[in-house]
Design a protein around this ligand. Structure first.
Ligand SMILES: [Fe+2]
Length: 289
């Protein structure tokens, strides 16, 4: 007797040469074959950001889908979590601060990669769109591997030995930081975490520019002021349009960003009377080298 097999409907379509791919025709609430899982994983790594469209998750289903991509890790910001799901954090423009007032919404986010103050920052950042504004509020992602490869040779050589000292929040950012996070930094006794500015991808061997400007206290050997200026200049060079993609969300999108080859940036350019609600999950990564 022939056993009917479900036709493979999943389609992965590249968005542009250097960055992004969109996945349709898969429901991650259903069991996923090992081969399909591997295709999705490779597509996320190769394209730096993968958008899986049309999902309809409960928090438990979202977490199970995220686990297809590795072991999950806690978000270091423990203030806003989905009830009963300590590994899912809530990004919303309707949060309250510790005083019960509407939390300060950023308007000027910087390009960054997540949790650089930790020894082992996440390999993937995942975002699931629960509520989205009519327009705007895009998450921007830059392929900092392709951008690195396009840098002039002398700059490549100059940044190769550079190391960053990372804290929860750099002193250069103190004036504009959320007061709750600032307190965490002031009370923190942990020494800065030293990481390379140029990161080698542990699975591909490629190099990418890799930093969080607001968490970089200094590049070793540079003053904090010169560091901020240098990183801004480097950011301007690498975030050229051909290396970047701005994702405007549809409800049900699951974004997977390979943090080891990219920088990203939140978007605040939307009507703030509308709710923008994303669930974030982080997948554990290795120590950068
Ligand atoms: Fe981020």
């Amino acid at each position: 007797m022939l056993v009917a097999t479900r036709p493979e409907t999943m389609k992965i379509t590249k968005i542009k040469e250097h960055i992004g791919a969109i996945v349709t025709g898969i429901d991650l609430r259903e069991p996923v074959a090992a081969e399909t899982r591997q295709r999705l994983y490779d597509a996320a790594v190769d394209n730096v950001v993968l958008i899986i469209r049309g999902q309809n998750f409960t928090p438990a289903q979202y977490q199970a889908a995220a686990e297809l991509f590795g072991e999950l890790m806690e978000d270091q910001n423990r203030r806003y979590l989905v009830d009963g799901f300590p590994l899912i954090s809530v990004l919303s423009n309707r949060h309250k601060d510790s005083q019960g007032n509407p939390a300060k919404i950023g308007t000027n986010s910087t390009w960054h990669t997540d949790h650089t103050n930790q020894e082992c920052p996440p390999k993937f950042t995942m975002l699931y769109a629960v509520e989205v504004p009519d327009k705007g509020g895009a998450t921007r992602v830059c392929n900092s591997r392709a951008a690195y490869e396009a840098l002039p040779e002398d700059l490549k050589q100059r940044i190769t030995p550079m190391k960053t000292a990372n804290t929860l929040i750099s002193s250069a950012r103190f004036k504009i930081a959320n007061p709750d996070i600032l307190n965490d930094q002031l009370e923190s006794k942990t020494p800065p975490m030293i990481h390379p500015l140029l990161r080698t991808h542990p699975e591909r061997g490629t190099k990418a520019v890799w930093f969080h400007k607001s968490k970089t206290e200094m590049i070793l050997g540079m003053t904090p002021e010169d560091t901020q200026e240098f990183l801004q200049d480097l950011t301007d060079r690498i975030t050229q349009p051909e290396f970047c993609y701005a994702h405007e969300y549809q409800k049900g999108d699951m974004l997977i960003i390979d943090d080891r080859s990219s920088l990203h940036k939140a978007g605040f350019d939307y009507d703030h009377s509308q709710h923008r609600l994303l669930y974030r999950i982080l997948v554990r990564g290795d120590r950068p080298f």
